[in-house]
Every structure is written in C-alpha cells, then in structure tokens.
Design a protein around this ligand. Structure first.
Ligand SMILES: C[S@@+](CC[C@H](N)C(=O)[O-])C[C@H]1O[C@@H](n2cnc3c(N)ncnc32)[C@H](O)[C@@H]1O
Length: 202
C-alpha cells in the first residue's frame, strides 16, 4: 500500500482516536503503566490523537510526529485541553530528520504495525535516543497461541486495507533484532500485546 492511501485511512480514523483518548479501559491502564517511566525531553512517534500526553510529567518537552494531518489536528486539541506545549511535526517517521542522541525518552504506541519497514524505524529510534535514555514501546502483534495466530494471518490483509495496520508482526523478534536492548517486557492477551522498556545498544 502506498503512503498516500495509508494517510487517507488514518485521517478517516482520527475522530475515533480522539474519543478513545477519553476512555479509562485496559488500554488506558497499559499506557499508564508503561509511560510513567517517561521523563525529560520526549519524542513520540506516530502520536495519533495524543492519547499518551496525559501520562507525561507536566513540564516535559514533547516532540510529536505523525503523517496524518487529521490525527495531528486531534492531538493539538488534546494538547491544548491539557495545557501541554508540544512541537508537532507532520511527516513520515521512516523519512523524517530528527537530531541524533537528543531525546531522554522515545515512545511508540501501536504504530510498529503500520510502517512498511519497522526495522528501519527501530534503528532510527535507537539513534534519536540519548545513550542513557529510554525507549518505551506499547505494541501489538502475532500471538503465541496457534489458533489466534492463524486468525491473525487470515485477517491481516483485511486489517491492512481497512485500518492501515498489520496484525501478524512478530514484535519481540523485531525488537530483539534491532539496535535496542530490552530492559523489561510484559505481555498480555495471549501475547498479542507487549509493553517493552528498552534502551539503545551502546
Ligand atoms: C494505530 S494508530 C496509533 C496512534 C497512537 N500512537 C496511539 O497509541 O493512539 C497509528 C498512527 O501511526 C501513524 N502513522 C502510521 N504510519 C506512519 C508513518 N510512516 N509516519 C508517520 N505516522 C505514521 C498514523 O497516522 C496513526 O496516527
């Protein structure tokens, strides 16, 4: 799928993401658990409607990237509601130029599923993060349960066309093969959902 089509798909979902940002469900609890580790100068990739801003320390410096103008519109509303100063960047995470070794915390939630080259993005994350910084990932992917995995493979192309994301990526393998070192990880919902606390390999 080309990038223009993917942007269209995410633009259409922006309102739905804004509503989700208000819900206190399992997704909220997982984000809260992971993102309480966020500190300092924060880089959030594929920010969507800004669902994570509420978990950052009040005075954080936040840079937020997304290629969907409509998602960024929603995220700007959320930032204003919370009194957050955010440097928003419209761009493709796979191509954007950001300063190296600059961020104390680099964050990605539910976005490694969407990139054509997630390995490239993980490499970039490691390069943008300070050597003593943190990389926090909340991602979904292929289950360790064979029936669920089969269903995920079967429905993958449908989900890609409808919501712009892959259901069957092996997130742990991708991270293990990247220049990130996993400090801690937790897994939920038959291993389809992962919280990962990592750092760049130095
Ligand atoms: C499933 S949503 C998750 C949004 C947000 N991170 C969250 O946790 O709610 C995926 C987001 O990634 C963005 N995205 C996908 N591929 C991208 C790319 N190559 N560059 C920039 N943003 C991208 C989409 O526009 C969308 O906002």
């Amino acid at each position: 799928m080309n990038i223009e089509r993917q942007v269209e798909i995410f633009n259409k979902q922006a309102g739905k993401y804004y509503k989700r940002a208000k819900q206190k469900n399992m997704d909220f609890r997982l984000r809260s658990k992971l993102l309480q580790s966020a500190t300092g100068n924060i880089l959030e990739l594929s920010v969507g409607a800004g669902m994570n801003f509420q978990f950052y320390p009040t005075l954080s410096r936040i840079t937020a990237v997304d290629f969907s103008p409509k998602m960024l519109d929603q995220a700007r509303i959320v930032a204003a509601e919370q009194g957050r100063q955010v440097d928003f960047r419209l761009g493709n995470v796979e191509e954007i130029a950001l300063p190296e070794k600059n961020y104390d915390t680099v964050i990605s939630s539910l976005s490694l599923c969407s990139y054509p080259h997630p390995d490239k993005v993980l490499t970039q994350m490691a390069s943008w993060c300070k050597e003593d910084g943190k990389i926090l990932l909340y991602e979904h992917g292929i289950s360790t349960n064979s029936f669920v995995a089969w269903l995920q493979h079967k429905t993958n192309s449908f989900y890609m066309k409808r919501v712009g994301c892959h259901m069957n990526r092996d997130i742990l393998k991708l991270v293990e093969e990247s220049p990130l070192s996993i400090v801690k990880s937790e897994h939920y919902m038959l291993h389809t959902v992962h919280l990962i606390w990592a750092k760049p390999v130095t």
